[in-house]
Design a protein around this ligand. Structure first.
Ligand code: PBG
Length: 332
């Protein structure tokens, strides 16, 4: 054939392919989510093979392992004892709660590691919602934001580097920024869950923390989070959220879930110069794990290809439960 263009010329050898490669993933792109609990034993999470609820001591070992693999940021999620859960989730701003204690311990043992936290009430809420639920069953915005600000301050006092509001209340980024600044934490950053969708992909995570919405008494509890998390049908609205978070002082914008929302990452990349993070959420992790355990897909190849897709879509950072495995595979 008389062809002018033969794209295969640049695919001929590994050397040529590496020269024209547009995107790569490296361990410092990853943020590694970790679950902790008060127990004395490491507890495997049923729906997330390979992920555990760590104890305080095993958490330190796991974070050191992550560091040695090149991972530079972790995010912590607490499984809170039932007896500490309340309607207002006040345990979230207990200075001696699980999260502040874990942060202090990690900062003692490995001060270089960047620590991100999650700001929302759901692990602490008896109703399993990210905000305070009124007697009428409405998730209250402004009252919730007051609690979130207190939570963020307690996390910053313990040594957190990046505060991650995941609650989707209106105005919380600006309120948290102001609260942090007022307390002298102007160098603590905010990585906001900017476009967080009301998604079924969070199922395994809610099992890990036992944090799903539930009605324990006669109070009407919304059974999902669709009055605050975004409607999966919407894309333009994500740009509005990104614009607001940027105006309110977010340092990094996050899209969540990741895989079914690559178009949202791409759109926000066109609109903002801020770094973008993608959250490769629990359900995405569990689907690959399940298929790999059955021998239906090759785990390493599928994980690395998936992580690369977030970079290609425009993300700079990836929150992923595959972080340590992927970091190891990248060294091979
Ligand atoms: C809490 C929170 C959730 C996740 C991160 N922070 C659950 C939710 O919003 O219901 C989900 C993470 C995952 O599924 O991996 N607000």
């Amino acid at each position: 054939m008389d062809l002018t263009y033969r794209p295969r010329r640049l695919r001929k050898t590994p050397a040529l392919r590496s020269m024209v490669r547009e995107n790569i993933i490296t361990p410092s792109d990853f943020i590694y989510p970790l679950f902790i609990h008060e127990g004395e034993e490491v507890e495997p999470i049923g729906a997330m093979p390979g992920a555990n609820r760590w104890t305080m001591n095993s958490l330190v070992d796991e974070v050191k392992r992550a560091w040695s693999l090149g991972i530079r940021c972790i995010v912590l999620f607490p499984k809170v004892a039932e007896s500490l859960k309340t309607e207002g989730g006040e345990e979230c701003f207990n200075k001696n709660g699980l999260i502040p204690r874990a942060i202090r311990k990690l900062k003692e043992e490995l001060p270089e590691m960047t620590i991100m936290t999650d700001v929302a009430l759901d692990p602490y809420s008896i109703d399993g919602h990210d905000g305070i639920v009124s007697q009428e069953g409405v998730v209250l915005n402004d009252e919730t934001v007051e609690h979130l600000c207190k939570q963020a301050i307690v996390q910053a006092q313990a040594g957190a580097d990046l505060i991650g509001p995941s609650d989707m209340m209106d105005g919380r980024v600006g309120a948290i920024r102001e609260a942090l600044d007022d307390e002298g934490f102007e160098s603590v950053g905010i990585i906001s869950y900017t476009a967080k969708y009301s998604s079924a992909y969070y199922g395994p995570f809610r099992e890990a923390l036992d944090s799903a919405p539930r009605a324990l008494n006669s109070k009407p509890i919304p059974k999902d989070k669709s009055t605050y998390q975004m409607d999966p049908s919407n894309a333009r609205e994500a740009i509005t959220e990104a614009y607001l978070d940027e105006q309110e002082g977010s340092d990094i914008l996050m899209v969540k879930p990741g895989l079914a929302y690559l178009d949202i990452i791409y759109r926000i990349r066109q609109e903002s110069e801020l770094p973008i993070a993608a959250y490769n959420v629990s359900g995405e992790y569990s689907m690959i794990k399940a298929a790999a355990l059955k021998g239906w897909v090759d785990e390493k190849s599928v994980v690395l290809e998936t992580l690369l897709s977030f970079k290609r879509a425009g993300a700079d950072l990836i929150l992923t439960y595959h972080a340590c495995d992927a970091a190891k595979w990248l060294q091979d």
